[in-house]
Design a protein around this ligand. Sequence first.
Ligand code: TRP
Length: 452
Amino acid sequence: MTENKSIHGEWSSRFAFILAATGSAVGLGNIWKFPYIAGENGGGAFVFIYLLCILAIGFPIMMAEIMLGRRGRQSPINTMRTLAEEAGADTNWHYLGWLGVIAGFLILSYYSVIAGWAGAYVLKSVTGSFSGGNATEIKGIFDGFVASPLQLMFWHTLFMAVTMYVVSQGVKGGLEKAVRFLMPSLFFILILLVGYAMTSGAYEKGLAFLFTPDFSEVTSDSILTAMGHAFFTLSLGMGAIMVYGSYLPKNISIAKTTLIVAGADTAVALLAGIVIFPIVFANGLEPSAGPGLLFQSLPIAFGNMGGGLIFGTLFFVLLVFAALSSSISLIEPAVAWLVENRNMSREMACLWSGLITWVVGLGTVFSFNIGSEFKIFGKTIFDLLDYLTANLMLPIGGFCIAVFAGWVMRKADSQQELELENPWHYQIWKFLVCYVSPAAVFLVFLNVIGIL
Ligand code: TRP
C-alpha cells in the first residue's frame, strides 16, 4: 500500500502542503486565544510551559499525525482502521477518528462565532468606528456588540456559509492560492504592529509580562490549558493534520515540513502577544480580560495610529482569512468521511455538516449575552466547549495517536514512512512519541484530577 493516492486528490507540491498546514495551524488560536489565555494565566510561566509542550509533545505528534495520514490515505476514521489492520491490531482504533470528527464539529461551532467577530470588526474598522477611541470607548463598542445575539448570529451564519462553500469546492484549489499571499501579509502586518507597540510606552512591561516566568502563578489548570493549547494551535489531536497528510505526495520530508509549520505557528503567536500586551498595559486594560482581549486592545492602536483605518481593516480581513483556512481543516475529516462512507457528494456532505455546526454554534452566540447566566459546571456553553475540546479531547486524541504511532505501528513501517536520513533523528522521534509525549499528557491529567 505504498503507492496509493487519496481519492480526494493530492497537494501539488511540498510547498502547497506547507501552506495548507500552516493555514490550518495559524488562526484565531494564535492571535485571539493565545494572548487571552496567557493573560488569564499570569503570562511568562504559562508561555514557557506552552513552548515546552510545543517541543516535547506537539512536534513529535505532528510528525506522527502526518505520517499516519500519508500512510492511510483516507479520512482519519478509515485511515485508522486500515493502519490498525496493517499492524495486526484491533480495528477499534478507528474510534479515534470518530473522537476527532466530534471534536472538529464542536471546535468549529465556537470558532465560527469568534471568526464572525473578526468579520464584524472589518466593518467597524473600515467605517472608522475606532477613530480616536480611548480604552473605555473601545471596550464599549465590544460590549455593545457581543450583547446582541442577532449581530453575532448574523456574522456566525456568514462565516459558516463561506467556510462550507470553500470546503465544498475541495480544499486544494482555492485555498492553496489564497494562503500563499495571506500568510506572508499577516506576518508583515504583525511586524508593523510590533513597531507601534514599541512606541506605546509599555513595551518593556508587555515583554516582561510575556517572557518573565513567575512559577508561583502556575496552577494545575493552567498547565492543562497550556498543554491543550499546544494541541489546539498546531491543529493536532483530531485528525485535521492527518487528513491533510493523506493528500501529501510521497518522498517529501515530514520532519522538515513539521519544523516549518510549527515554527511559523509559534512565531505568529508570540508576535501577537508582543503586540497586544504593550497596548494592554499602556492603556490600563486588564491582561485577564478574557475572550475580548484582542478586540478591546488592538482597535485602540488602530484608532490612534497613522494609517490606522487601512491597517485595522487589513488586519481584521487577514484575521478572517486565517480563521477560514483553519476552519476548513476542522470540518474536512467529517466531510471526507461522509464522501467515502455515505456516498454523499461533497456538496451534500458540506451542507449537512455545516448545518449541524451552525446550530451548535448558537450555544456560543448566546453565551455572551442572553445565555451568559446559563452555566454547566460553572462554565458558560462557550467556556465548556472550549475546555472540553482543547483541554480534554485534543490531548486524549493526541495521546492515542502517539501510542498508536509509537507502540502499535510496526517500526519498519514508521521508519519507511518518515524516511529520516539520519538514523538518530528516528531514534529521537521514537523516544519522544513512545515515552515523552504520552507520559506528559498522562501526568498533566493526573495533576488536574489531583492525584499528582
Ligand atoms: N490551529 C487553529 C488555530 O490555532 C485551529 C484549528 C484548526 C484546530 N484545525 C484544528 C484546532 C484542528 C484543533 C484541531 O486557530
